[in-house]
Design a protein around this ligand. Structure first.
Ligand code: 3PG
Ligand code: MG
Length: 389
């Protein structure tokens, strides 16, 4: 599973339980089994790289099994505990990335030989991969265990794959993508893949991707944003060629919002930028984007449209999410920040699909195959071959 959740950096209190709640369906189907759960939490060196004790406590609310936590992954203590788990009980192992090998992506045949897989494999009969949000990682728990054991996809994995893959088959038209956030390297391949395959009618841009396209279109952008763009030359080049080909489909903001000296919001047209970095799409853009979303039969959103954590700069992200929630179309949201905000606003139930994934969803939408899913397909083929006629 992937219950890598947002944590308060100082107290390590869980800020959003969406990913923990999402695996309850799989657990409900494993009432009689002896269940051992594994997940990573963040990465070495980060503030939220910590143990899974709070996760295990939170999980207990979402399943009927008795949940226990062990402060170990594959040492003698964990192995003893694993051996003693009773049917109908759940044991949560500690952060899998406390094991060095779990922090390195490698080929399946290499992962099969890791200490991680060799230690754990003999203790299990079946491996269920429900970690859709981490399926783009080729790591021992995701790929190695799936190669080593009879394996199956969990319910969440199944639901996510169906919902996200459907967007690449025959989305209901008009189909609109709303792309924001900070990682442009994830978003450009999505724009390219869906537009070259004619799977979207409009792309509405916010956050850093919007600034990148404004730059690619030779518009003036705030001096502070220019600095950020300096390191993104290759992406700017790609954005430019996408813009030349798909001018009628890619929408950039018509205005942007800035903080004045006291941090209060001011909106300005894109022709008259301030020096300081823009913090949100402007009010006119919000109105324009909301109308497009309201008229869409399919809307997919990933990444916030502005710095929504700052007072007054959540307008763009909030209003566009609200417009999606109101629409009768097929709506999909993904990415930790956006999903977290939808749940804070209490509107998360009004989307047709709330993905627990950010990067994995974007990888799928960019036409890349997910190593975790490829391993499951190989496992299914193995099991089919081994079945007697
Ligand atoms: C995520 O939050 O994106 C997933 O849990 C994957 O985490 P990672 O980017 O640290 O591999
Ligand atoms: Mg993440």
């Amino acid at each position: 599973m992937d219950i890598n959740v947002p944590l308060d950096p100082s107290t390590h209190q869980i800020l959003d339980e969406t990913r923990i709640r999402a695996i309850s369906e799989t657990l409900a189907g494993l009432q009689d089994a002896r269940v051992i759960l594994g997940s990573h939490q963040s990465r070495p060196g980060k503030d939220d790289f910590t143990n899974l004790e709070p996760h295990a406590a939170a999980l207990a609310q979402y399943c009927s099994q008795n949940v226990e936590f062990v402060e170990d992954v594959l040492g003698p203590h964990a192995r003893q505990k694993i051996a003693k788990v009773e049917p109908g009980h759940v044991l949560v192992l500690d952060n899998l990335r406390f094991c060095a090998e779990e922090n390195v992506d490698d080929k399946p045949e290499k992962l099969l030989k890791t200490h991680f897989v060799r230690q754990l494999r003999p203790l299990f009969d079946l491996n269920i991969n429900d970690a859709f949000a981490a399926a783009h990682r080729s790591q021992p728990s995701i790929v190695g265990l799936t190669e080593a054991l009879p394996s199956a996809a969990g319910r969440l994995m199944e639901r996510e794959l169906k919902a996200v893959s459907a967007l690449l088959v025959e989305p209901r038209r008009p189909c609109v993508y709303v792309l924001g956030g900070s990682k442009v390297e994830d978003k450009i391949p999505v724009i390219e893949h869906i537009l070259t395959r004619d799977k979207a009618d409009k792309i509405l841009l916010g956050g850093v991707p919007a600034k990148l396209f404004l730059k690619a279109m030779d518009k003036k952008i705030p001096a502070d944003d220019e600095k950020e763009m300096a390191g993104l030359q290759t992406h700017i080049k790609n954005a430019k060629s996408l813009w030349m080909k798909y001018k009628d489909k890619i929408e950039v903001p018509v205005d942007l919002a800035y903080g004045d000296t006291r941090g209060k919001r001011t909106d300005r047209g894109i022709d008259i930028p301030l020096k300081e970095s823009a913090l949100d799409i402007g009010a006119k853009t919000v109105e324009k984007y909301s109308k497009v979303v309201e008229g869409a039969a399919t809307t997919v959103a990933n990444g916030p449209l502005g710095v929504f954590e700052r007072d007054g700069f959540d307008l763009g992200t909030k209003q566009v999410l609200e417009a999606m929630a109101k629409s009768n179309g097929y709506t999909v949201i993904g990415g930790g920040h956006l999903v977290g905000l939808a749940s804070i606003l209490g509107i998360d139930e009004r989307f047709k699909h709330v993905s627990t994934a950010g990067g994995a969803m974007l990888s799928l939408l960019s036409g890349q195959s997910l190593p975790g899913v490829e391993a499951l397909v190989r496992a299914a083929e193995r099991m089919r071959d081994e079945k007697p006629d």
